[in-house]
Design a protein around this ligand. Structure first.
Ligand SMILES: NC(=O)c1ccc[n+]([C@@H]2O[C@H](COP(=O)([O-])OP(=O)(O)OC[C@H]3O[C@@H](n4cnc5c(N)ncnc54)[C@H](O)[C@@H]3O)[C@@H](O)[C@H]2O)c1
Length: 266
């Protein structure tokens, strides 16, 4: 394992589970001191314990990324505990119900998904980018989705809108902060074997009805067309995040990197 983050501090949201957990472990294994942020305090603590067991340094922070005040407080607490962040990985995210007709999506659901998936990364970028720019270095990786590039086979309308918006946020910040030494990129995972995709698949199957049948057929067709005939592991996504966050990607700024095994190519 390389040590590309020796002496650096990384803040990772969604660090209790799936891609966020794998990213926290990967960055710590490469030398970063990691702030493991999640609304699931016990899960974040478990990730921190795993990092410590492997000889790394990490602290957990319970935080709902949809809360502007909680994010500002967490950013301050993480800096006080570990030092100023060099890397920000915005991984926390939630899905919504695929196949739900627009008239069935109430304001609470729509705004709730956007609050976590789009406002959360905005709040953390707002809290951390000015400091990175002042120090003249930093890297942000936002976790969007295949849904942000096209649409989702399993997720719904608000999920697609949030992940697409996140790519716009990424490009805009890359333009604004590139001149000040901060790179901002995104990855767009395809299907990743994590609790999120397992629960989305189960919810889709339980939905029943014509739309559920069509979506299942769509998902099966996609699977048949996958050039790499399996889901990705969380670790494969974490490897892409670590690459974009590292100096190996020093001239890469504003990209939406597809990490989908070639399922969608453009
Ligand atoms: N699994 C996939 O197939 C897939 C595909 C494309 C994109 N993604 C994206 O990858 C990211 C990680 O997903 P995953 O598959 O690892 O899911 P996961 O459910 O395993 O992990 C998501 C983590 O985010 C945390 N979280 C959710 N809402 C939060 C909030 N408001 N505040 C703080 N933490 C919160 C959860 O507690 C959980 O630990 C998400 O942004 C997701 O949209 C996943």
């Amino acid at each position: 394992m390389q040590r590309r983050f020796e002496g650096r501090v990384a803040l990772v949201t969604g660090a209790a589970s799936g891609i966020g957990r794998a990213t926290a472990l990967r960055l710590a294994a490469e030398g970063a001191r990691v702030a493991a942020v999640d609304r699931d305090a016990a899960g974040a603590q478990r990730t921190v314990a795993e990092i410590a067991e492997a000889g790394g340094t990490a602290r957990s922070f319970a935080c709902d990324v949809a809360s502007s005040a909680a994010v500002a407080e967490t950013a301050r607490a993480a800096e006080a505990a570990l030092g100023a962040a060099d890397v920000l990985a915005n991984v926390a995210g939630i899905g919504d119900r695929g196949g739900a007709p627009i008239e069935s999506i109430d304001d609470t659901v729509f705004h709730g998904v956007l609050a976590v998936n789009l406002a959360g990364p905005f709040y953390f970028c707002r809290a951390l980018l000015p400091g990175m720019a002042e120090r003249g270095r930093g890297a942000v990786v936002n976790v969007s989705s295949l849904a942000g590039r096209t649409k989702s086979a399993l997720g719904g309308l608000a999920y697609t809108a949030s992940k697409s918006g996140l790519l716009g946020l990424t490009r805009h910040l890359a333009f604004d902060y590139g001149p000040r030494g901060v790179r901002v990129n995104a990855i767009c995972p395809g299907g990743v074997d994590t609790p999120m995709i397992r629960s989305a698949a189960a919810a889709g199957a339980a939905q029943g009805g014509e739309i559920a049948k069509l979506r299942a057929a769509h998902a099966a067709a996609l699977q048949a067309l996958m050039p790499i005939k399996r889901l990705s592991s969380a670790e494969e996504q974490a490897a892409a995040i670590a690459f974009l966050a590292s100096d190996d990607a020093s001239y890469i700024n504003g990209v939406s990197l597809d990490v989908n095994g070639g399922l969608f190519m453009a």
